[in-house]
Design a protein. Structure first.
Length: 291
């Protein structure tokens, strides 16, 4: 049975209509080390306490938008797997004026990974990143380099190559379509999770070879200052952002990615009270989204 349009659902004292929420997710997507479906089943069950919630696959989102007050994009998988459908969704949401969470003007991964080049040029603490053959000399001299597509996600298209191979890859690729970064040794990866601009929790992977085996991380004041710098750089007043960083052997932090489209939250890795606080904060944020 298709979801009822927002105008048809009423509940609560005095028949006040609850806001309707379309949660865009791919419950069947098999993510390495993560359980996308479980996380979104949990989130939908909790958000249903406040909103009238329906779930849909990202390929169906454009066709279903009109019946909902708000659309929440969650664990919908790498956009490159359904680029045409995603572009249609964005176009239709703007046409209808639908409130989308996260809003569609994010400057991080939502817009591709060009921001890493921009940040590097601006001197921000990111892994050195170039997208032109002429700029390769700006990178440190290391044994291997990471080459990845700007529109990639979830390590799709990522490969490690020599300096000569990196030069060849940029020379053969469409201009500006690839990124090259030095492959650096690091102590661990750490992620900082925010709702709007409010820090919620941090998790880290003690073993660099096991990215998604995460543990709670006690972020220091310096860590949070680092993470907030990138959240402030972004243009989102509402939304979930995950600041992914790596810590080098000398203790320095460098940005790996600024996830502002559909960041996985690893809610199964945090204590119950932290998880409950996150859900409450997310609920308030969605409810306050301008419509």
């Amino acid at each position: 049975m298709p979801p009822l349009p927002a105008t048809a659902t009423e509940s609560g004292a005095g028949g006040v209509r609850r806001s309707s929420l379309l949660l865009v997710t791919d419950l069947a997507y098999e993510a390495r080390g993560r359980r996308y479906g479980d996380e979104d089943v949990f989130l939908s069950s909790r958000l249903r306490e406040t909103f009238d919630v329906a779930l849909c696959h990202p390929r169906d989102a454009a066709a279903l938008l009109e019946g909902f007050d708000t659309v929440l994009v969650r664990n919908s998988g790498p956009v490159l797997h359904y680029r045409d459908a995603y572009d249609a969704f964005r176009s239709r949401a703007r046409e209808l004026g639908t409130a989308v969470y996260n809003p569609l003007h994010g400057r991080g991964d939502m817009a591709g990974k060009e921001y890493l080049v921009e940040m590097d040029r601006a001197g921000l603490p990111v892994i050195p990143t170039v997208d032109r053959e002429a700029d390769l000399a700006r990178l440190p001299d290391v044994a291997e380099y990471a080459v990845k597509p700007k529109l990639g996600a979830d390590s799709v298209g990522l490969r490690f190559v020599t300096a000569a191979e990196a030069k060849g890859a940029l020379g053969l690729a469409s201009e500006g379509s690839l990124l090259v970064q030095p492959r650096i040794d690091f102590r661990h990866e750490v992620s900082f999770y925010f709702v709007d601009h409010d820090f919620q929790y941090a998790l880290y992977a003690p073993d660099p070879e096991r990215r998604w085996v995460l543990e709670p991380y006690a972020a220091s004041a310096a860590d949070l200052e680092f993470a907030r710098r990138f959240v402030a750089w972004n243009s989102l007043t509402h939304g979930i952002q995950r600041v992914d960083a790596c810590r080098t052997a000398d203790g320095a932090l460098f940005l790996v990615e600024l996830e502002d489209l559909n960041p996985y939250l690893s809610l199964d890795r945090v204590p119950e009270d932290v998880r409950e606080a996150f859900v409450a904060r997310l609920t308030r944020s969605i409810a306050s989204l301008p419509r």
